[in-house]
Write a protein of this length. Structure first.
Length: 283
């Protein structure tokens, strides 16, 4: 009896291990690789001696090509490997001739990394990257400020709302893509893989004591074009950084843009809001 025991990826090759649980040597036969229920590649597996294990590989299929946007990261992908598909070896149990597994790097979207290609807007209109913190229209920029808890954080994104009562700033993020000849083409929707979450810390620049708090939000632009807020909370200057998290598991398979927003209260002074390591990641 042949059993597929493991599937793993090295470089652009999908490997699989097959154990012979029977008492006689198997015959050589054809193995097939399926991705999304579609046949993608075949392999010939040599005879497996009784009680031993062999490793096969699908060398004719480039696993790297499975990523929708390689700049952002490969989607974790479900694949299936079936052996002895032509029934060359007669077995008492053929239910373990196939194995389904998740392979590939886990997905991650780093908002700091792609802030420069996001679409930025405040109540004053569209904002162009790069921006400076002193702009009364609002500003987003990469920062290395000491925060209200006295610590300096890496991978941070400053978002200062427009300097009016209840002013705001909003960034819409997508997967970057390039046109022909390497020319930057902007962003497009992200297709969310399963089991994704959003996580970030938020706080104020040290010394921003005049702020009356900022409401921060994370959400998506859904396929209909509507903004869906998944997490919103008001943060104040209290000497601590806060954690913002949201579960995106129910959105698996949808194509979306991500949204980060910061909204001032009645007083706009010192609304120096900083996101720390904002990212969507796959658990």
């Amino acid at each position: 009896d042949l059993e597929v025991t493991e599937i793993f990826v090295r470089g652009d090759v999908v490997y699989y291990k097959v154990a012979n649980r029977g008492g006689v040597e198997s015959k050589g036969g054809t193995s097939k690789l399926y991705v999304g229920n579609m046949e993608k590649s075949t392999d010939y597996l040599e005879p497996v001696p009784a009680g031993q294990e062999l490793t096969g590989g699908f060398f004719k299929y480039s696993f790297e090509a499975m990523g929708d946007v390689l700049e952002v990261g490969l989607h974790r992908t479900q694949v299936k490997v079936c052996v002895d598909v032509e029934d060359a070896t007669k077995e008492s149990n053929e239910f373990n001739n196939c194995l389904t597994a998740w392979v590939g790097a886990t997905y991650e979207f780093d908002f700091v990394k792609y802030a420069h290609v996001a679409t930025w807007r405040s109540g004053a209109g569209v904002l162009k990257w790069p921006m400076v913190g002193g702009d009364s229209k609002g500003a987003a920029f990469l920062s290395k400020y000491v925060l209200e808890d006295g610590r300096t954080y890496s991978n941070t994104l400053a978002m200062y709302p427009q300097r009016v009562a209840f002013g705001s700033i909003q960034g819409t993020f997508g997967a970057p893509y390039t046109k022909q000849w390497g020319l930057e083409g902007g962003t497009k929707e992200v297709e969310l893989p399963p089991d994704c979450r959003f996580s970030a810390k938020v706080g104020f620049k040290e010394g921003a004591t005049k702020t009356d708090g900022v409401t921060v939000s994370f959400g998506i632009v859904d396929p209909s074009g509507s903004i869906v807020v998944l997490k919103s909370m008001k943060v104040g200057y209290d000497g601590m950084v806060d954690v913002v998290e949201a579960d995106l598991g129910a959105l698996a398979g949808q194509k979306v843009f991500f949204v980060l927003r910061a909204e001032a209260g009645p007083n706009w002074e010192d609304d120096y809001l900083i996101w720390v390591d904002p990212r969507v990641y796959q658990e």
